[in-house]
Structure formats: structure tokens, C-alpha cells
Design a protein around this ligand. Structure first.
Ligand code: FAD
Ligand code: PYC
Length: 405
């Protein structure tokens, strides 16, 4: 069927590593590719390589359920995630690549009194920060999402919902490809099948380069954006990071005509769902309960999620599931990311986005680029430093992370 697609032009060159760069990004996910793009575009640092051990977008960027929202509780988080949502708005134009950002609304369901109080607290906090979020009655929630079962007798009764209308979804592959093409056009080398195996440091402790499966590369600036593998990469520089890596799963149904108009998350029952443009129901679960680098999760986790989906949306009970997969998410103790400098000169990190970093992709790329270009964090990412795990200024977003872990 793809026989007619033979002579499509290459979107960006498949670069081979040079001996040295002004900056190296470890990890060719959306965040790393975004950082490379903004380094080149905003700061004129174009002699940059993105080193990806597999294929770009093959990590969590290509495995996630693409939910975008900024309804986090604390001021610091509202600023961080809303910075990203604002960038999503113009991203297709910025990259001249359709990332298919669809503001179809993200609705979070309340099933008990605790949920009602917690979601209403989030709504109030969000609105104080200029982030849209509103309370819906059960009937209003059903009007917004007709497949929703709001019967009071339901196993998971709906007592109301929080709706962020600017929330939605985007097309994950396009985000990776759009940033890669735009970065390469500015001179960035996108190097796939190139795993970083060591970080070289000089006598003064500062970074001097990396060892890779394709040979050594010199640089004085390294940005690590390796999601679930961050602890492994940071140990190459002798740093222990406060991260645990867990499998997180998603699955899709067979494709059907459009029936599901928005994104619904049910944090209490660990299920969330949207419908892709292909027609598949895109469904996600909670993390496995044990740490692992396996990129696949346990069957009982998705069984639990599907049981809940069938109760909340009974019209889908007879749908067949098409495929499942897993990614590795890097979870911090306070469920907020770490984005900034490290104790090693020239080494910067963007990690700890856990189950929720896709929504942050443009913002994380932008802020990592700023931090690397200026050798200091931007005011938006300054609170998300590594020191908070020593000084106690944690930003606890466990509730807003909204995915069981
Ligand atoms: P990645 O895309 O994982 O990129 C990191 C890259 O680093 C990988 O490609 C990896 O191969 C590479 N790498 C690692 N080690 C090395 C090395 N030594 N050398 C070279 N390269 C290396 N977030 C949301 O906001 N909304 C959601 O709906 C959502 N759903 C999710 C559902 C699932 C099933 C999963 C797994 C995650 C979900 N997330 C979601 C989280 C989100 O996917 C991640 O937080 C985000 O994609 C991280 O982006 P990234 O670019 O940092 O990571
Ligand atoms: O962070 O919104 C999120 C999310 C949804 C599913 C997985 N993560």
C-alpha cells in the first residue's frame, strides 16, 4: 500500500557524529529535540548534536497517551505547565509541521467526596494563577462527554468533574519529527543508534565529553534528557538522582467512528481515555508497583483499568483491544520534574516528568535550552532544582499527576 510513497524527500539528514560539538543533548525524545531546536533558534548555538540510543521519539514520546493540560496545584507548577500549553498553541506554525494539537478539553471525574474537595481546590488554585479550569455537575459532564455513565447506582458514581477546556491532545510522532526537522534545518545533528555509555570529566570535574557506541565526542555542555534512563546516565557522571523508574502502560482499541469528543481522566480508578484521529480509543493505566526498565507492564494493571472503563463508559463494553505497550517513567519523590544545573560543571538535566511530561514538551525543551545557554535556570524552572530534595522545598504534585503510582 505504501508503494506509491517511494520518492519522498528526506526530512532531515541521518547525521554521523563529529569529533566535537558546542553542546550535546542526550536523548532524542521530544524534550531533547526541543531543547536542541531552541538552542539553535533562540540562542544561535547551532553546533549541537542530539544523541539517541534508538530512534527519535522511540521512548516515552512515542509511547504516551498525549494528554496536554496545565491544571496542577502549586504556583510553580501552574507557571511551568502553562508555559508549555501556551507554546503548544503556536507550535505547528513555529515548526511548520502539523503537531495536531487539539484543544478538545480534559475532564477529570470526581467519584467521592474527597475527589470533589480535591478537584475544587485545584480549580480555585488554577484560577488564581490564570489557568482555566471549571467545575461541572454530573449532567454538565455528560453533556460534554455523552458516553459517560452518570447513573447514581454506578459502581463509580460521577459526583462532578473538573474541566480544563484548553487541555487536549497532540500527535506524538509529529512532535518529535517536527522538532527534529526544524532543528536539523538550523544545523543540529540528529544522531540515532548512538547510545551514550560514559561521561568524561576533566581534572577540575567539569564535563569534557561523552563516550558513545559510535566513538568519543568532545563537548563542554551536556544536557541529559533521557526520561526513564536518567538515573543510569547521571551515574555515568557519578551522580545519584532521586528517581525511581517504573513501567507505565497504555493500550488502544480497534478503530471506530468518532464517538468520544474529549479527554476523560478518572484518577481514583486509574483510567483515562481519548479517541485518536484514526478512531482508536486511547486508554492509559497506572504504573506497575515495582521498579523496572522492562518497557512492558503487568497484565493485571490494564485489566483493572479496562474494568473501570467498562463501568464508566458502558457503550464500549464490547470493544476489542488492538495492542498494548509500555514505557519507562522516571518518578521523583514529589512527582515534579528536575530541570536545571547539576553539581557537575557543564552538566544539565531535564528529568523526573514521570507519568506526565508529554504535555510539557515544548516548555521543557525551551527551558532546558535557556538553562544551557545562560548557565543558569530561567525563573520558571528555578524552583524545580535538585537542591529541593536537600532543603525540603518540595513541590508535591502527586494529586495533579493524576496517574496512580
Ligand atoms: P523520551 O521520549 O523517553 O526521550 C528520552 C530518550 O532518551 C529516549 O528516546 C531514550 O532512548 C533516550 N536515551 C536514554 N538513555 C540514553 C543513552 N544512554 N544514550 C542516548 N539516548 C538515551 N505525559 C503526558 O503529559 N500526558 C500523557 O498522556 C502521558 N501518557 C503517558 C503514557 C505512557 C504509557 C507513558 C509511558 C508515559 C506517558 N506520559 C504522559 C509521560 C511522557 O510520555 C513523558 O514524560 C515524556 O514523553 C518524556 O519525554 P522525553 O522527551 O523526556 O522522553
Ligand atoms: O499527565 O495527564 C497526564 C497523563 C495522562 C495519562 C498519563 N499521564
Amino acid at each position: 500500500a505504501l508503494g506509491g510513497h517511494q520518492d519522498w524527500p528526506e526530512q532531515w539528514p541521518d547525521a554521523a557524529p563529529k569529533p566535537a560539538y558546542d553542546a550535546i543533548i542526550v536523548g532524542g525524545g521530544g524534550h531533547g529535540l526541543g531543547a536542541a531546536y531552541y538552542l539553535a533558534k533562540k540562542y544561535g548555538i547551532t553546533n549541537v548534536a542530539v544523541l539517541e540510543k534508538g530512534w527519535i521519539g522511540g521512548g516515552n514520546t512515542g509511547r504516551n497517551t498525549t494528554i496536554i493540560r496545565s491544571n496542577y496545584l502549586y504556583d510553580e507548577s501552574a507557571h511551568l505547565y502553562d508555559h508549555a500549553v501556551k507554546l503548544w498553541d503556536g507550535l505547528s506554525q513555529e515548526l511548520n509541521y502539523n503537531v495536531m494539537y487539539s484543544k478538545r478539553g480534559v475532564m477529570m471525574l470526581a467519584h467521592n467526596v474527597h475527589d470533589v474537595q480535591s478537584l475544587q481546590r485545584h480549580i480555585n488554585a488554577n484560577r488564581l494563577n490564570g489557568v482555566d479550569n471549571e467545575w461541572l455537575t454530573p449532567q454538565q459532564a455528560k453533556d460534554y462527554c455523552p458516553p459517560l455513565n452518570i447513573s447514581p447506582d454506578a459502581r463509580h458514581p460521577v459526583l462532578g468533574a473538573a474541566l480544563q477546556r484548553r487541555g487536549g491532545t497532540a500527535r506524538h510522532d509529529s512532535v518529535a519529527w517536527g522538532y527534529a526537522r526544524a532543528a536539523a534545518a538550523l544545523g543540529v545533528d540528529i544522531i540515532q543508534n548512538c547510545a551514550v555509555t560514559a561521561i568524561r570529566r576533566g581534572a577540575d570535574g567539569a564535563v569534557e565529553g561523552v563516550e558513545t557506541t559510535r566513538g568519543p565526542i568532545a563537548t563542554k555542555r551536556i544536557g541529559v534528557s533521557a526520561a526513564g534512563n536518567t538515573s543510569v546516565v547521571m551515574q555515568m557522571a557519578g551522580l545519584d538522582f532521586p528517581l525511581e523508574s517504573y513501567p507505565l502502560q497504555a493500550l488502544v482499541s480497534e478503530p471506530v467512528k468518532p464517538t468520544f469528543p474529549c479527554v476523560v481522566m478518572s484518577n481514583t480508578v486509574h483510567a483515562y481515555m481519548s479517541q485518536s484521529d484514526k478512531g482508536e480509543l486511547v486508554i492509559g493505566a497506572g504504573t506497575d508497583q515495582y521498579v523496572s526498565y522492562s518497557q512492558r507492564g503487568a497484565l493485571h494493571i490494564i485489566e483493572h483499568t479496562l474494568a473501570a472503563i467498562c463501568e464508566i463508559f458502558p457503550i464500549y463494553r464490547r470493544m476489542r483491544m488492538l495492542r498494548t505497550w509500555g514505557g519507562i517513567v522516571d518518578v521523583t519523590p514529589d512527582r515534579s520534574p528536575i530541570l536545571g544545573k547539576t553539581p557537575v560543571k557543564g552538566l544539565y538535566v531535564n528529568c523526573g516528568w514521570g507519568t506526565g511530561g508529554f504535555k510539557a514538551t515544548p516548555g521543557a525543551g525551551d527551558l532546558l535550552a535557556y538553562t544551557m545557554a545562560k548557565d543558569e535556570p530561567h525563573p520558571i524552572n528555578a524552583p524545580f532544582n535538585l537542591d529541593r530534595f536537600r532543603n525540603g522545598r518540595l513541590i508535591d504534585e502527586a494529586a495533579a499527576a493524576a496517574v496512580a503510582h
